[in-house]
Design a protein around this ligand. Structure first.
Ligand code: GLU
Ligand code: ZN
Length: 479
């Protein structure tokens, strides 16, 4: 059996998005499952839109996610000569031809045909059968010159997709397409087909949006005399809650965004691994959801990838991230939160206080950024401390709030400074007020929010003086 060779072939025209990351992950999982090779290829044929820093960013991000590659990165731009050689081969065999049309001419002819009948797909084959004399004359006029691949006039193009089954389109929907631009640069279809063939790719696993391009790549391979076909698997589209293609409107989509918002790479990788793929049910009757990359790789088969669009559920990701956060050893969790704290609190950052606060935050946090945010009340300059509007309203609506705050202050003035001694429940008990009714107001007064870090620990961390000052200040705002 031939060894499995898969590739991830991003275009370096921006940050790596979750869709691309999911494609990379599924390739990696397939390679690791089969003991094959995972190749990274940077498709920088679009020289104007490709940038070196995106190329580097993609690699850093893949590493962050825990995906290592075995070969590459191969830069497509380094192989232009090879692509052009293939184009020459196609010209020589008559599978491709030179086209001298300007874009305006192509568009004008297209519009004219549209006026006469149903729209056709674009180029009309105008330059298909030029004589050598025609070509010499047109070249002499200084016209643009591209190379087009000649597609069949009738019949169908078909391939079998592991996920989608038989995919068939009539050739009439695919016009003769450009494989070398007027600038002399090879076009993506050609470079992609040649590179896959030259690097012995056995399985092409990529996004559903590329399904249509496969017909062109297969036709190019055939015309170049490349034997055999890779196995194709086009992964389901990622959609948001409204079933529309996932985009910025739905939330974070670049991996940099997820990192900046404090998602753990292992949680994100786990979540992405289940977008379109699921593990078989275990003894509990349900498919396991919290799974490591190694467990995903062990279970990964293309036959279990569903063809229907995969719903990107931010709530579920948040839940999963929280699960991973709680599974971290405390020092590791603090270590990962630290850059967020330093970034937020700058000069006021204090490692000991922050560590103690994160120990309190771990139990409830959804993301590292959230966890760092909840420590805000410990680092804010006193004159900038403010109670969030909804929490202030809640405080003001609390029954007998003046009495509560006074009694709490009286207690904190004299009690020992330990979490046990700071416990305010007996104080409320004496007033015959339930903790559930009275404590949110104290949370708001001390932490600026009625849903902050555990209260008694927070008061101890904040210190007697600042806690008392805030509680007294809140007492003046109860109207
Ligand atoms: N470079 C293409 C893209 O980023 C992907 C090509 C492929 O996977 O075949 O959309
Ligand atoms: Zn032409």
């Amino acid at each position: 059996m031939t060894e499995t060779r898969v590739r991830f072939a991003p275009s370096p025209t921006g940050f790596l998005h979750v869709g691309g990351a999911r494609t990379a992950l599924f390739n990696w999982l397939y390679a690791r499952h089969t003991g094959g090779t995972f190749v990274l290829r940077i498709e920088d044929t679009d020289v104007e839109r490709s940038r070196q820093d995106w190329t580097e960013g993609i690699q850093t991000t893949l590493q962050w996610l825990g995906l290592d590659w075995d070969e590459g990165p191969y830069l497509q731009s380094a192989r232009f000569d090879r692509h052009l050689e293939a184009a020459q081969q196609l010209l020589a065999s008559g599978a491709a031809y030179e086209c001298f049309c300007t874009e305006e001419e192509i568009n004008a002819r297209h519009e004219a045909r549209k006026a006469l009948g149903p729209a056709d797909p674009g180029y009309d084959g105008h330059c298909r059968d030029l004589t050598p004399e025609d070509r010499a004359r047109l070249a002499g006029e200084g016209r643009p010159r591209s190379i087009r691949f000649r597609t069949p006039d009738d019949g169908v193009s078909s391939f079998t997709d592991v996920i989608r089954g038989e995919v068939t389109v009539p050739w009439t929907t695919i016009p003769d397409f450009v494989i070398v631009r007027t600038s002399g640069a090879p076009v993506f279809y050609l470079a992609n087909a040649v590179d896959d063939a030259d690097t012995g790719i056995t399985h092409v696993i990529r996004g559903e949006d590329l399904t249509d391009t496969t017909h062109r790549m297969l036709a190019l391979r055939d015309a170049l005399g490349i034997p055999g076909r890779p196995t194709f698997a086009h992964l389901p589209l990622l959609v948001g809650a409204d079933r529309a293609k996932l985009s910025k409107r739905h939330g974070a989509i670049s991996l940099e965004d997820f990192a900046a918002r404090g998602y753990l790479p292992e949680a994100l990788a786990n979540y992405l691994g289940l977008l379109g793929f699921s593990l078989p049910a275990d003894e509990s009757g349900a498919a396991p959801e919290i799974v490591s990359l190694a467990e995903l790789a062990a279970a990964f088969v293309l036959a279990r990838v569903a063809p229907s669009p995969a719903f990107f559920d931010y709530d579920k990701l948040n839940w999963m991230n929280g699960e991973y956060i709680r599974a971290l050893p405390l020092p590791d969790f603090v270590h990962r939160c630290r850059p967020f704290g330093q970034e937020r609190y700058g000069d006021r950052f204090d490692a000991d206080v922050f560590t103690a606060a994160m120990a309190l935050a771990q139990e409830r946090a959804t993301t590292l950024a959230d966890a760092a945010d909840t420590a805000w009340f410990l680092f804010v300059p006193e004159e900038e401390f403010q109670i969030a509007p909804d929490s202030l309203e809640r405080l003001q609506k609390t029954e007998r709030v003046g009495e509560i705050l006074d009694a709490v202050a009286a207690h904190l003035e004299v009690c020992d400074w330990t979490v046990e001694a700071v416990d305010l429940r007996p104080v409320l008990d004496k007033l015959a007020i339930k903790p559930r009714k009275g404590l949110p107001a104290v949370y708001a007064a001390v932490e600026g929010s009625h849903t902050g870090l555990p209260l008694f620990d927070s008061i101890v961390l904040l210190g007697r003086e600042r806690s008392l000052r805030r509680i007294r200040a809140a007492a003046t705002r109860i109207g």
